[in-house]
Design a binder for this molecule. Structure first.
Ligand code: GLA
Ligand code: ZN
Length: 667
């Protein structure tokens, strides 16, 4: 457990450089009334900090820092390297990215830097050094925010050269690369490293989502994720060298595909992320993203951004309904956050985000609905104190989230166009969520022995060493649940020969001979051995038992009578294999069977429609009770007689939570 903050940080992105100074004073007054205690500054200010190549100007940032200091705000200090000034593009056009289509960008937008441009690196480094030298010793700087939402990909000539270097390092000899990329297919064998080109629209990436050579695109994803990560590390190391004790982060984006966040998290002190559910995002999905972000380091995280009201770039930017922001904020804390921060504190007057919600709206007034809610949350957090800051969540089950399988599964051509990685993960997570069974997101590198159950949905890419690792885990008593589209390929997207699911075959005690793809909205029927009927959709594996028992067989189609769901005893543990996407009831039945087998319990025994989580720190357990249903829900019996920490009221047998209401109870 690492406790980085002395209080729950409450504030958000603050961009006073967009405003005259008299507005700043008004901001300070309003923030204070709203119990805001921190501000994230300097996220996009490079062009003001460095008006030209040889000229830096910190006067405005100095003034902002001084003002925040005076009012005792905690500062989350960003490095401003996510948007490059125009003069830098003009003088060195190479700093801009080249798109997938091969267009070399001009001065534009943000996140437009080529990660492999030495010029970009040089100037980003210089700016970071200046910022760090100036502010690292400032006691109010409580956190470092490197760049902003690293994302995107570049296909320029510099990247092409850097890609070749990265590949040489990885494969050493060209034969290994030819083999990995399966280059005798369509006469692709290459004889010189310089023959390698970036997989963009003009080359092997021509089918962006299903390239002909997934192996090349996969390596390019890895390379791009590493390239951006190197930029993060460059800035991080400058901060570290200063001796600053403030934790270093960069704001991530949940299930964002482009970056292998498990790899990134290892380099970060604390994970932070930006949560932007749409008006129709189910609450379990919001919870899942928090759990994933917490899982990256198995440690509490920061919510770096959320909107207090609405966004501007969704299809329908609905306002948050009364109470919704408060519920969403507590849900974030309930899943492991140590901060509640908004984007942004004052709404921009112009450009892309003028219709994006903010704590202070265009009216500039403080008697607004949004500000009343923001203030209420702020006051409550202040009263709550720092009790659960740094507290962790303990789980006996893990869901494997594997960015490489995510990429591989979605690059590959066939067997169905309807298969996406994240919806699959969500489907299994929902089962845990609905039962209030805590679950951690884990990576292929996690020590599985900590978990009674490991669920590995569509674990497509099984790399070297994983077979042995999983076998040892199950042999020692672990339960592995895996599904169709698992164990199929190696790290280069080449199939593991000898029958599906490749390296998982012995473990699962089955052989999958063929994979049937079901058209949209169609399903096959199946029946459990106790007679219960169920159905499966999306894909149907045609399974032969090789030691496993069938839990359910198909009852329709030409493969009726063949197993669809199997269980195999392996050492002291067992492996469940789901050969099709079971409808929710059927999946629930299988998971319940497993939970009963190894005594996986929900947070509290009494079934409840509330969302309930538990954060633990030292001897203390904090229970978060949230109602996301339309009905009033009674507080479960085991909390009767205790006190709700938010209202300071005792909980009685009459206590109920209405929609969006929340309680926190300490035991
Ligand atoms: C992202 C960015 C912010 C802002 C918000 C708007 O999270 O980090 O700068 O653009 O989106 O939702
Ligand atoms: Zn580039």
């Amino acid at each position: 457990m690492t406790k980085y903050f002395e209080r729950i940080l409450y504030g958000g992105d603050y961009n006073p450089e967009q405003w005259p100074q008299d507005v700043w004073q008004e901001d300070m007054r309003i923030f204070k009334n709203a119990a805001i205690n921190s501000a994230t500054i300097n996220v996009f200010a490079w062009s003001k900090l460095q008006p030209s190549e040889n000229e830096y100007d910190f006067s405005e940032l100095d003034a902002i820092v001084a003002m925040l200091e005076k009012e005792h705000y905690d500062i989350i200090l960003a490095t401003s390297t996510a948007a490059i000034p125009a003069w830098l593009f003009k003088k060195y056009p190479e700093v801009a990215r080249t798109t997938y289509e091969g267009l070399h960008n001009k001065f534009a937008s943000r996140h437009n830097f080529c990660p492999n441009s030495l010029i970009y690196q040089k100037y980003a480094k210089a700016l970071t050094e200046k910022i760090v030298a100036r502010y690292a010793s400032n006691k109010h700087v409580k956190c470092w925010h490197i760049n902003n939402e690293y994302n995107g990909i570049c296909y320029c000539d510099n990247c092409e050269k850097a890609f070749r270097v990265w590949l040489k390092e990885k494969y050493q000899i060209l034969d290994a690369l030819n083999e990995a990329w399966y280059m005798d297919f369509w006469s692709h064998r290459i004889y010189d490293w310089d023959e390698i080109v970036v997989p963009n629209a003009r080359a092997e990436g021509v089918h962006k989502t299903n390239p002909y050579f997934a192996g090349i695109s996969l390596d390019y994803q890895r390379f791009n994720s590493d390239s951006l990560l190197n930029l993060f590390k460059m800035e991080r190391d400058i901060v570290r060298a200063s001796g600053s004790k403030a934790p270093i982060t960069t704001n991530l984006m949940g299930t964002y595909k482009g970056l292998d966040y498990f790899k990134w998290a290892k380099e970060m002190d604390i994970v932070s992320w930006d949560s932007y559910p749409a008006y129709d995002t189910p609450w379990y999905e919001v919870a899942m993203s928090h759990d994933l972000m917490r899982g990256l380091k198995d440690q509490s995280f920061m919510l770096m951004e959320q909107t207090p009201s609405q966004q501007n770039y969704q299809q329908y930017n609905a306002l948050k309904r009364p109470g919704q922001l408060r519920a969403q904020s507590y849900q974030t804390l309930a899943h492991g956050a140590d901060s509640i921060l908004y984007f942004q504190l004052r709404r921009s007057k112009g450009a892309a985000e003028k219709f994006h919600g903010a704590v202070i709206e265009h009216g500039g007034r403080d008697n607004t609905r949004v500000l009343r809610e923001v203030s209420q949350i702020g006051q409550e957090l202040r009263e709550l104190g720092d009790g659960f800051v740094g507290a962790s969540i303990q789980a006996e089950a893990g869901i494997l989230f594997d960015w490489e399988s995510y990429w591989g599964l979605e690059y590959t051509s066939g067997p169905t166009k309807d298969l996406y990685y994240v919806p699959q993960i969500k489907y299994y997570y929902k089962q845990f969520y609905e039962r209030n069974v805590p679950v951690n997101f884990i990576s292929t590198e996690t020590d599985f022995s900590r978990y009674k159950v490991v669920v590995a949905p569509v674990f497509y890419m099984v790399k070297e060493g994983m077979k042995e690792k999983l076998e040892a885990y199950v042999k020692a008593g672990g339960i592995l649940v895996t599904t169709f589209m698992s164990g199929l390929v190696d790290q280069s997207d080449n199939v593991h020969l000898g029958g599906y699911p490749g390296p998982l075959k012995d473990l699962a005690g089955i052989w999958v001979e063929e994979i049937d793809a079901l058209a949209k909205d169609t399903q096959n029927q199946l029946q459990f051995s106790d007679g219960t009927k169920s159905s499966g959709r999306l894909l149907c594996d045609l399974i032969h038992l090789e030691g496993a028992e069938s839990l359910a067989d198909y009852t329709t189609d030409f493969y009726q009578g063949m197993p669809a769901i199997t269980r195999n005893q392996f050492g002291k543990g067992s492996v469940y294999y789901l050969g099709t996407q079971l409808e929710e009831g059927g999946l629930g039945k299988v998971l319940q069977l497993i939970f009963d087998e190894v005594a996986i319990e929900p947070i509290i025994k009494e079934p409840s429609a509330l969302e309930i989580t538990k954060r633990v720190i030292n001897e203390d357990a904090y229970f978060f009770l949230l109602n996301f249903t339309e009905e009033k829900v009674a507080v479960p019996k085991e909390f009767i007689g205790l006190t709700d920490l938010i209202s300071n009221q005792p909980i009685s047998s009459e206590s109920k939570l209405a929609k969006y209401e929340v309680m926190i109870v300490k035991k």
